[in-house]
Design a protein around this ligand. Structure first.
Ligand SMILES: [Zn+2]
Length: 298
C-alpha cells in the first residue's frame, strides 16, 4: 500500500505570541518554553509572533529585547517572526466579514457611561456610526466548552455577555480578533499558554465559530504566582530576566516539572528537556508558587 502521509508538512504547529509591552519576564519564559517543548516533543514546528496591535502600549524596543532574550535561550522561530502591527489590513478584512453578517455593532459608549453598568456593556446601545466609535462583538448566549489538555473540560457559560471590543475607537484592533485570525492564517494546531488566558478562550471560540474555522487544541499551563497568589506579570513589576543564563533556564524548567541532570549549556538543557517534557505532570497543580520571589520582583 502506498503511504500517502506527507512527511514534510508537520501535523503540529505551535507558537509563542508575546505582547511587547515590556521585556520578557520569568513567567513568560516558562510559557515560551512550554509551547516550544510541546511542539518539539511532537516533532512539530514552533513560531514566534509579536502581538503588538495595541500601538499605545507596545514598543519596538521591547519587541527587539524579547526576541534577543528568546534567542539567547536558543528559542528560535522556525519561520519568519510575524509582527501583527504590519497586518492591520488583514484584521480589517475579517472585521468587515463580521460586519457583513451583522455580528458586530458600532459603539460610542464611554468609560464613564459603562461605569454605571459595572464596566459591562449593556445588551444594546444607541450608537451612531457617524461619531467616533469602536466595533463590538454582539453578545451571545452560546455556551462553549473545550477539552484542555491540562485543565480538563472547560465550560464557559457567562463569558459572551459583555460584547468585547474588536476594534477600538482609536483605530487599534483588539487582541481577541488578531489572535484568532493569526492562529488561523498561520495554521496553528496547538495552543500552549498561561492559565491567565483561560478567560479569553470563550470569545476566541466564538470567533472561530462565526468564521467557520476549527479551533486549535488548547492547553493552559498553571500560572506561576507570588506568595500572595498574584501571577507574575509586567503589571506587578516582574523583573526582566537575564539573557543566556543557564540557572534561570533550569529554574524555569523546574516549574515545568523538568529537573535535568547537570547540563552544562543552554543547548544541552533544551534538548534534554524536549525528551523530559510531559504536560500531564502539571495536571495536579492549580498554580506554581514561586520560590525566592525576590529574585524576580522589584
Ligand atoms: Zn455601546
Amino acid at each position: 500500500m502506498p503511504n500517502y502521509a506527507n512527511p514534510v508538512m508537520p501535523l503540529y504547529r505551535g507558537r509563542f505570541a508575546p505582547s511587547p509591552t515590556g521585556p520578557l519576564h520569568f513567567g513568560s519564559l516558562v510559557s515560551a518554553l512550554a509551547s516550544y517543548l510541546d511542539a518539539k516533543k511532537n516533532h512539530g514546528s514552533w513560531v514566534i509572533r509579536l502581538e503588538d496591535v495595541d500601538g499605545t502600549r507596545c514598543k519596538t524596543e521591547f519587541a527587539e529585547q524579547i526576541v534577543t532574550t528568546l534567542h539567547s535561550y536558543q528559542l528560535f522561530s522556525d519561520e519568519n517572526i510575524r509582527i501583527q502591527s504590519q497586518h492591520s489590513d488583514i484584521y480589517e478584512h475579517y472585521l468587515s466579514l463580521l460586519k457583513q453578517h451583522g455580528h458586530v455593532f458600532p459603539c460610542n459608549c464611554t468609560r464613564q457611561s459603562l461605569a454605571q453598568n459595572d464596566g459591562n456593556h449593556p445588551l444594546e446601545c444607541n450608537s451612531s456610526i457617524k461619531k467616533p466609535h469602536s466595533w463590538r462583538l454582539k453578545a451571545s448566549s452560546t455556551v462553549y466548552q473545550c477539552q484542555d489538555r491540562i485543565q480538563d473540560t472547560l465550560i464557559f457559560t457567562d463569558d459572551l455577555k459583555n460584547s468585547p471590543v474588536l476594534k477600538r475607537k482609536d483605530g487599534f484592533f483588539s487582541y481577541q480578533l488578531a489572535v484568532v485570525v493569526d492562529d488561523h492564517l498561520q495554521n496553528i494546531t496547538h495552543l500552549v499558554r498561561g492559565a491567565d488566558l483561560i478567560e479569553t478562550t470563550a470569545q476566541q471560540l466564538h470567533l472561530y465559530h462565526l468564521f467557520g474555522w476549527t479551533p486549535p487544541s488548547i492547553c493552559h499551563i498553571p500560572l506561576i504566582t507570588n506568595r500572595i497568589g498574584d501571577k507574575i506579570s509586567k503589571q506587578n513589576h516582574a523583573k526582566p530576566i537575564e539573557n543566556s543564563h543557564l540557572p534561570t533556564l533550569l529554574r524555569a524548567l523546574h516549574y515545568l516539572k523538568i529537573d535535568l541532570n547537570a547540563p552544562t549549556t543552554i543547548a544541552e538543557a533544551l534538548s534534554q528537556s524536549v525528551e523530559a517534557w510531559d504536560p500531564d505532570k502539571l495536571k495536579a497543580l492549580k498554580d506554581l508558587p514561586l520560590e525566592e520571589q525576590d529574585l524576580y520582583f522589584i
